[in-house]
Design a protein around this ligand. Sequence first.
Ligand code: ACO
Length: 470
Amino acid sequence: MEMNQDIAAITDLILKAKEKARKETSNEPEPGLTQEVDWPIQCTVGPGLEGAIASETKIGYVNGAKGWLIYRGYDIFDLCAYSTFEEVTFLLLYGSLPGKAELAEFKQELVSHRTLNKTLRLIMGFPLEEMNAMSALRLGANSMRHEFTYMDQEEGRPSTSDAIGADEDSIPMETKPMGEEHAIYEFKRKAEKKRKAKTKEQQQLEDACGRDAVYHLISGVATITAAIARVHQGKMPIDPDPELSHAGNFLYMMTGKRPTPVEERIMDIALILHADHGMNASTFASMVVASTLSDIYFSVGAGIGALSGPLHGGANEEVVRMLHAIGSPDKVKAWMEKTAKSKGKVSGFGHRVYKAYDPRARILGPLAKFVVKGNPEAENLYQTARVLEQEVTATIGAKKNIFPNVDFYSGIVYSCMGIAPEIFTPIFAVSRVSGWTARVFEYLQNNRIFRPRAMYTGEFNKDYTPLDKR
Ligand code: ACO
């Protein structure tokens, strides 16, 4: 009974957060980022491709001015309140919520890919206990590719005749990159080829880069993360439990204990919240790799690499370290003054796209308050975070539109579930792998190799000086 009430209370706090979000942001303007693109497009681009439009998508929409996050037309608040990670992943991949039978089949597919004997055998040969967890995860995700060793056979290599796009070496550097009639890399759309009977290798390749590989990765990143978490605790990995949901099994494989329904629900919400987020750095990294017609394992490996940085997914780990370093709510002011003086960044604040309160933080903040109850150490961490939020908002936040981002409260939630900080960013990957694969899949339907240019500001016409004269 208490469990049910707790789950109802969690749903309630999400719906309250939704109401607050709508109230606080309803009058703000909407930027024009929701129409079909007639390529080539003119846009103002800042360093780091800020403002650049690189593709069209139907998967997800982030409205940074209002603080909206939409997956396939559904509001993140509703998905967190009512849905599950499996449903949301199906939605991201296929565009609509699954029916009962579809969901059952999809869940079964994910369950069937949870066991990774070859991959675990491979990566257990490395000193995982000493390795950075994200580095171990990248190793694991790339090693998963070798469960399909036929991909390394010659027949398994992608055919360039299937590619729409240009090899970068064929782009003449004197050619302007956009809109020129005779640019060499103007491409023709691939002519529909007559369908021939597929060879075994072609079929296997399709499996390896297609649906099965995607399911394999979505399940497998969770299995590898759980194995890394256990090895970091000095324990051996354990087998998955096919009876449990994705979130429940993930917790079980990390802790060795079947989670309570509340723990399972909280992890499910965390996974839903992190599943997709526009053309963020790790999604873009995955798409860039995929656009060369490399395979999806390399693509996800690239996403993991990008996510590991402290400016991206690594921030949640930093936040908990920062809160511990501050120590208590009464020390926030002094810490903040010191940080502002040294022009240091406060982890868990600011966002390239959100110039309003991040909707994910609107959910994770109250969720953190809910989970710290009865745990004095965690309550102190939460109260320190709350005071820090007020302090940042009142000082730099107001001037620069800086609000808490998704990473600010997630670490507190995970800590309360007994998860070590080094596993926070891998959890992000356990979720985001569904966004990476969905977006790669969508992009490959109309692939064009990514190839921006840099402005050369170096020198010309320098005389070569032989080594002994330098
Ligand atoms: N603390 C203090 N000041 C900040 C912060 C912060 N967290 N974030 C931005 N600012 C300041 C910048 O110093 C800059 O000030 P200036 O105009 O006086 O130079 C101004 O706000 C604009 O910030 P930019 O750095 O231009 O913002 P950008 O879009 O490039 O960076 C980023 C976004 C990387 C997320 C940044 O806010 C940051 O480093 N935050 C801390 C790390 C973090 O929490 N990352 C997680 C992001 S969410 C995610 O990836 C899942």
